[in-house]
Design a protein. Sequence first.
Length: 310
Amino acid sequence: MNIRNVVIIGSGPAGYTAGLYAARANLSPLLVAGLNQGGQLTQSSCVENWPGAFDFPSGLDLMDNFKKHVEKFNVETVVENVSSVTKDGDVFSVNCSSGTYKTRSVIIATGSSARYLGIRGEDRFIGSGISACATCDGFFYRRKKVAVIGGGNTAVTDALYLSGLAAETHLIHRRDAFRCEKILTDKLMKLVEEGKIILHLDSIPVEFTGDEYLTGVKISNVKTGSDEILSVNGVFEAIGHVPNTTFLGDLVELDHGYIKTGENSSYVTATSVPGIFAAGDVADSRYQQAIVAAGRGCMAALDVERYLAV
Ligand code: NAP
């Protein structure tokens, strides 16, 4: 079987950038894009902080440009999920439903997925009333009542976006301070003053209510202990992400779920297994920015180039 130089798993900013650099280093990379091609950023309605893109593209458009860019360099791409990666000596097998790819090195750039609250009633309404993607599902709630949960960039961006569509937009946050960029807080507070977004601070959701359809979310104020049911048709959970590493089993070392990189190695993106590198949100518990992921994807490809040359 043909043994490749490098297989890149993932097609967010890290995966595509790794593909671009590996292709330009003549490594003929294979990029296994995953069924959610383009990754998490495709769910952003508007990307305002990608340097140079001051027309503020949607995440979908930005990632489509990444895809076109690697296509220009003939990066071979397959769109499927990887079920496991196994190691046999110096060769790795990247196992997918359609077959196995043998390779001398692997770059893991699988990003992370939306986290859910896990409270009562949630299971019944995920996908029909509860969503983790305002850009994908916001349209279904035009002129209806919605709530967003969270206080980070995603939650505040979602609330701003939904306030332009929905009849009523609530934002529920467990503290009284937001962790999003200051410019987003300013925009948020302006819409709160205008009555377009209703804030529920120091509040945690405890239950989703409804029979056939979601009709409300029960929230509890952590300071006063009082409960309230908000009458809403849709809820958008934006409470962070979980790194996508399940398919790896215990192959590489993790730290709180994120892949450890750069420890005891001269390669910054090296994992605990020589020949396996990681880049982007799957290995970044701290910054989690598209631009950082792209930079790390570049670094992983350069590390692989050096690793293969030794
Ligand atoms: P995040 O920054 O981790 O924020 C998650 C929010 O959910 C926090 O406000 C957190 O509250 C809250 N939360 C977490 N668990 C909760 C729970 N069990 N119950 C209630 N609330 C809970 O996640 P994110 O907003 O998805 O952002 C992830 C990364 O992507 C960040 O680095 C962010 O900057 C980046 N991002 C960037 C952009 C952009 O630049 N345009 C857009 C989206 C995301 P606490 O604040 O109390 O912890």
